[in-house]
Each structure stands twice: as structure tokens, then as C-alpha cells.
Design a protein around this ligand. Structure first.
Ligand code: UFG
Length: 323
């Protein structure tokens, strides 16, 4: 297949692009490098620098040659989305609409979209099924939900074979491809940086209604996430929009993650408990039964120790912990 990967210079997108290439696909990355990195685009992939808004103009007639698009380009910082909701509307929602218009005009009908657990907000039931009510707590989650809904409408109207993949907590790395967010907000890379001597780890709240008082999340390996996209490309059904949660179905508390980071890195982490981060649900754990059934998706790297070890190997490559 010839696949357009928007956001393919980012963390998850670069791994998606790498896995697509390994599976024998042709890949072109479209990324404006606002948060991605040119050197994260895998060798062998084509690269077009620009926004998804301009896909039609940037790719021109070449867009017609694609079989499918995987759309990951987005702004994805929860706190920024609360301060600047308009950026999330303009980048994520408007950009997606323009991209989908361009794809439809060019006859590209298979669309796999990068959605998020953030669409659910504070869940009533854990593990969370796809049928759970969507009540996003921030404009980031709301923007992703709006795009899911856009695809739900576009699939029957435009003949899209559309799939939204709702990621839970993506973590780990794949060789040279890993998390390089600026600023970094995610727990595992920040804990690894602290293990490498780059400051202390702030633990956001130990007074939640969980076993040890810290938030529980479903950490899923970025390679497993990437492979779900390959499965979705194959199984997408014309005229339908399907939604799948992607998680391992097991939750780890922040303290459990920090213990695993200490074990992997052989350090004692400097940790300071600070107040809760606004908008953090206590527990987010996926039911990924539907992805197992319909995409034959079975996470191959569910072990948190492996996830942390792979992220640590990537951090070391980038100089974290170098004496
Ligand atoms: N945490 C800390 N200290 C830190 C960073 C995180 O204690 O320095 C805690 C958070 O409070 C949370 C857990 O670690 O309990 C995980 O936090 P992350 O920021 O790594 O991930 P989130 O669960 O906040 O984010 C994920 C996705 C987002 C999505 C969000 C929905 O990465 O894209 O779930 O809640 F929006």
C-alpha cells in the first residue's frame, strides 16, 4: 500500500512510519515540524513539510496515488489546550476537516485516525469500553472527539473506510524512535530524565481514591500502538467508521511506574509530591476487547518493565544519564 502518514515526524507517527516500511509499504510523511523532528522520519519514507490544512496544494495530483492515510498530526498538550482552545480548534479540527476534504477529492478512502482516551473524561466504568459516554475534560480531548464524529459522518457520506484508534498511555520506544516532546509532560520520560540526574520528578497528587493514592493508567508500548494502525488499514470497512480502544487492560499507579523506573535504571528517584494536576482522572484503563476481536490486535509488549526499559534505552541514546 502507499500510505500518507501525517505527523510522521512525531513520536508515535515515526514508529507507525517505520513499521509500515518494514511491512513493505510505501510511505510519505506530511509534517510541519512544529513539534516533530525531521531526523525522526524513517529512512525510506518520503517527506513533505507542511500542514495538513495544505495537503491538497502540497501534494497536488500525487495525492491520488495514495491508498490510505494515517492521520496523527495534531497538537496534543492538555494544559496548552486549556490556555489556548482556539489553537486546538484551528489545528486539530479545522486541519482534519481540510485533510479529509482533500482525501475525499483525491479518492483516498481508507483513513485511520489517532484518537485518544481523553475523549472519555472521568469514566463511570473501568476498564473503559468504546461504548462509554464521551465527556472530554479539556479542549484537546474535545478536538479529538470532534474529529471522531467528523469521520463517523464522512464514512457513509463519502465512502470512507474510517477507523479511530483511541490510545491510552503510549510509552516505550523503538530503537531510534522515541519521545522527544518539548516541553515533555509525560510521566515515563520525565521519570527517566530524573533518574538520569536531570532534576526531580514531581508526583501530581497522592490523595486519589486508588490503592496507593496515585493515578492509575494503562501504559501501552508504542510498537503495539503502531501495529494496530497496520491492522486497521487492512480491516477498515468502506462506508463505516469504527472506533477501537488501544490499551493493555491493566493499570499501574504512578508509584508503581516510578518503582519500575528505579528498577530499570538502578537509581533512587528524587520524587516530590505536589498537588494534583487539574483534569487528571484517577483511573484510566482500557477495555481493548474490540480491537482484539476485530483487528486481531494482541499487544506483544505488555510488560511495563519492557516498556520502561525500551524508553530508557532511547533516553540513553539521547544522552540522558551519560556520566
Ligand atoms: N504525572 C506525574 N508527574 C509528572 C507527569 C505525570 O505525577 O511529571 C502523573 C499524571 O498526574 C498522571 C500520570 O502521571 O497521573 C500519567 O501522566 P502523563 O502526563 O504521562 O499521561 P496522561 O495520563 O495525563 O495523558 C494521557 C495521554 C494524553 C491524554 C490523557 C488523557 O498522554 O494524550 O492521557 O487524560 F490526553
Amino acid at each position: 500500500m502507499k500510505v500518507l502518514v501525517t505527523g510522521g515526524a512525531g513520536y508515535i507517527g515515526s514508529v507507525v512510519a517505520a513499521r509500515l516500511l518494514e511491512a513493505g509499504n510505501e510511505v510519505v510523511v506530511l509534517d510541519d515540524l512544529s513539534t516533530g523532528h525531521a531526523d525522526a522520519v524513517p529512512a525510506g519514507a518520503g517527506f513533505v513539510r507542511g500542514r495538513v490544512h495544505d495537503a491538497a496544494g502540497l501534494l497536488g495530483d500525487a495525492l491520488r496515488s495514495f491508498d490510505a492515510a494515517i492521520h496523527l498530526a495534531a497538537k496534543s498538550l492538555v494544559a496548552e489546550s486549556i490556555r489556548h482552545p482556539e489553537l486546538y480548534e484551528e489545528n486539530n479540527v479545522v486541519g482534519s476537516r481540510l485533510l479529509f476534504d482533500a482525501l475525499a477529492s483525491a479518492g483516498v478512502r481508507i483513513v485511520v485516525f489517532s484518537s485518544t482516551a481523553a475523549v472519555y473524561g472521568e469514566p463511570d466504568v473501568v476498564p473503559i469500553p468504546e461504548s462509554a459516554p464521551c465527556r472530554p475534560l479539556n479542549p484537546y480531548g474535545a478536538s479529538k472527539l470532534a474529529i471522531d464524529e467528523m469521520l463517523a459522518a464522512a464514512a457513509p457520506e463519502r465512502g470512507f473506510a474510517a477507523v479511530s484508534l483511541r490510545y491510552f498511555n503510549v510509552a516505550g520506544a523503538y530503537g531510534p524512535y522515541g519521545e522527544r516532546h518539548e516541553p515533555e509532560t509525560h510521566l515515563i520520560p520525565l521519570a527517566l530524565a530524573a533518574a538520569g540526574g536531570q532534576g526531580e520528578l514531581q508526583l501530581f497528587g497522592d490523595d486519589y481514591d486508588t490503592d496507593d493514592g496515585t493515578c492509575v493508567r494503562d501504559y501501552v508500548h508504542v510498537v503495539d500502538i503502531a501495529d494496530a494502525h497496520l491492522g486497521a488499514l487492512e480491516r477498515a470497512v468502506a462506508g463505516r467508521h469504527d472506533v477501537f480502544n488501544l490499551g493493555n487492560g491493566s493499570g499501574y499507579s504512578v508509584r508503581e511506574v516510578l518503582l519500575r523506573v528505579e528498577a530499570v535504571t538502578g537509581t533512587t528517584l528524587p520524587v516530590r509530591v505536589v498537588p494534583r494536576r487539574p483534569g487528571d482522572p484517577a483511573v484510566l484503563v482500557a477495555s481493548a476487547a474490540l480491537a482484539a476481536e476485530r483487528l486481531s490486535w494482541v499487544p506483544r509488549r505488555p510488560d511495563l518493565g519492557v516498556i520502561v526499559a525500551d524508553a530508557w534505552a532511547f533516553a540513553r541514546r539521547r544522552g540522558v544519564g551519560a556520566a
